[in-house]
Write a protein that binds this ligand. Structure first.
Ligand code: AMP
Ligand code: GLY
Length: 450
């Protein structure tokens, strides 16, 4: 089994290697299935990697994928929002199951289109994805079903919003109602800052025409609670925490995430139980009652505040970069889990390794602002010589036979070990072996727990 724990697939891919191992010990194995993964960042690389550990999975396609994913899946040059083209591709290539990474594809209704064509797909419908694509919807849902969250009001009118905010207190939280690639939340410290942000959102339509949710500012450690959900059925994953700010000491602008780790020593079993019983299960059940049954990964962005655990946001898909640290800990065959949700079939027991996992994002200098591309990356093989290190590609491509940077976040280097300290040390040692002149990373991932 050890051989498949290395991120060093042969030309045939890891599933083929595994199949050979199985054949070697003369085991029967069922027909191999074909899977399409929609998306192209580190999260999709982690999903492809998990699928390639499944003895049932043969061919994996990934659209659009990236240079790292290409070692384990056949990349298809289609964007995640080319829903009709993706459907045609799935039909023509006898895809047995499609798994969707990014929210934009889900909000665009990819699940509805695939289901109408009789294709199996893992993810929520457009009607259910609204739990992420509309902050106002998710706040109303939580209010109706008594799910703990920050107090709020929603505004469409700039003057009314400004008037409300002018009474304080500050900081206050302003959230654009629709999808804004993680940039739609502003936390002004002063009235002037709030005025500026409301102007951007409601007068200048910086993210498009839409409403603004004005929310009470909460404090406490944040954590990510992802669950596999099929209607009323809710299956928890390991907890994780990401680091949203660009620089060490949690300073600088918000990013898509600069690192993550799991498990979380500061969240007790009672906390997790509370979040399951008072947040995740009631919300899944509420979505059924609202006629929007949720299937897929429901991501609770939660905060442990002095007055209990509260919801900061819901996402309708795997978190990024949380997925990259969590899926390497999954022991159960992920294809069985996806199938149980997609087909509403019995769920296998979901088992996790009793290990810790921590990942460092290596990003292009300048990110999350503007940055250059096309810088050569070397040393990955050396970094991967430790079997407890994985590297997921976030934004890489191949140019004239060389691996080069092609995104803001470029690589995520993940270490695993018996303790978070070991996972940290392994990941950082691997990061040190990667050579690229245009990358930076935060050395303090996991500061809260080390
Ligand atoms: P969201 O996109 O809703 O997760 O918001 C992005 C980030 O803004 C969160 O991860 C929090 O750090 C912060 N944030 C959002 N809502 C609140 C709140 N009510 N109180 C304090 N911080 C918040
Ligand atoms: N890590 C935050 C998110 O996936 O939205």
């Amino acid at each position: 089994m050890e051989i498949i724990n290395h991120l060093q697939p042969g030309p045939e891919g890891r599933a083929a290697v595994y199949t050979k191992i199985l054949k070697g010990i003369e085991m029967e194995h069922p027909k191999e299935v074909t899977v399409l993964v929609v998306g192209g960042g580190g999260r999709c690389h982690a999903i492809v990697d998990a699928l390639s550990r499944s003895p049932q999975v043969g061919k994996i396609y990934c659209a659009p994928g990236n240079a790292g994913i290409a070692a384990q899946a056949e990349c298809v040059p289609l964007k995640d929002t080319q829903v009709e083209e993706l459907k045609e591709f799935a039909l023509q290539h006898a895809v047995d199951l499609t798994v969707v990474g990014p929210e934009v594809a889900l909000a665009a209704g990819i699940v509805d289109v695939f289901q109408e064509a009789g294709l199996r797909i893992f993810g929520p419908t457009k009607a259910a994805a609204v739990i992420e694509s509309s902050k106002d919807f998710s706040k109303q849902l939580m209010a109706r079903y008594n799910v703990p969250t920050a107090a709020y009001r929603t505004f469409e009118d700039y003057d009314a919003a400004l008037q409300y905010v002018s009474h304080g207190p500050f900081p206050v939280v302003l959230k654009y109602d629709g999808l804004a690639a993680g940039k739609g939340v502003v936390i002004p410290e002063t009235y002037e800052e709030a005025e500026h942000a409301l102007r951007d959102m409601l007068l200048d339509d910086k993210f498009g025409k839409g409403k603004v949710v004005v929310e009470e500012f909460l404090t406490g450690p944040e954590f990510s609670f992802m669950c596999f959900v099929d209607g009323e059925r809710v299956f928890p994953m390991a907890l994780s925490q990401d680091h949203k700010r660009a620089y060490e000491g949690d300073k600088g602008p918000n990013t898509g995430g600069m690192g993550a780790y799991s498990p979380l020593p500061f969240i007790t079993d009672e906390d997790k139980e509370y979040a399951m019983e008072h947040i995740m299960k009631p919300v899944a059940s509420a979505m059924v009652k609202e006629g929007r049954p949720f299937k897929g990964v429901l991501y609770g962005g939660l905060m442990k505040t002095p007055s209990g655990i509260k919801v900061i946001e819901f996402n309708c898909r795997f978190g990024d970069p949380e997925t990259e640290v969590i899926l390497p800990l999954l022991e159960t065959d992920i294809y069985d889990i996806f199938s149980a949700v997609a087909d509403s079939a019995p769920m296998p027991e979901i088992r996790w390794k009793e290990k810790a996992s921590m990942g460092f994002v290596m990003a292009s200098k300048g990110y999350p602002g503007s940055y250059g591309k096309g810088f050569a990356i070397e040393g990955l093989e050396d970094a991967l010589s430790d079997p407890e290190v994985r590297i997921y590609h976030m934004g890489t491509s191949e140019k004239e036979g060389r691996l080069v940077t092609s995104g803001g976040r470029v690589l995520m280097v993940i270490g695993s070990g018996d303790t978070l300290q070991q996972a940290h040390d392994k990941a950082l040692a691997a990061v040190g072996k990667i050579k690229c002149e245009n990358l930076f990373y935060r050395r303090d991932i996991g500061w809260r727990v080390l």
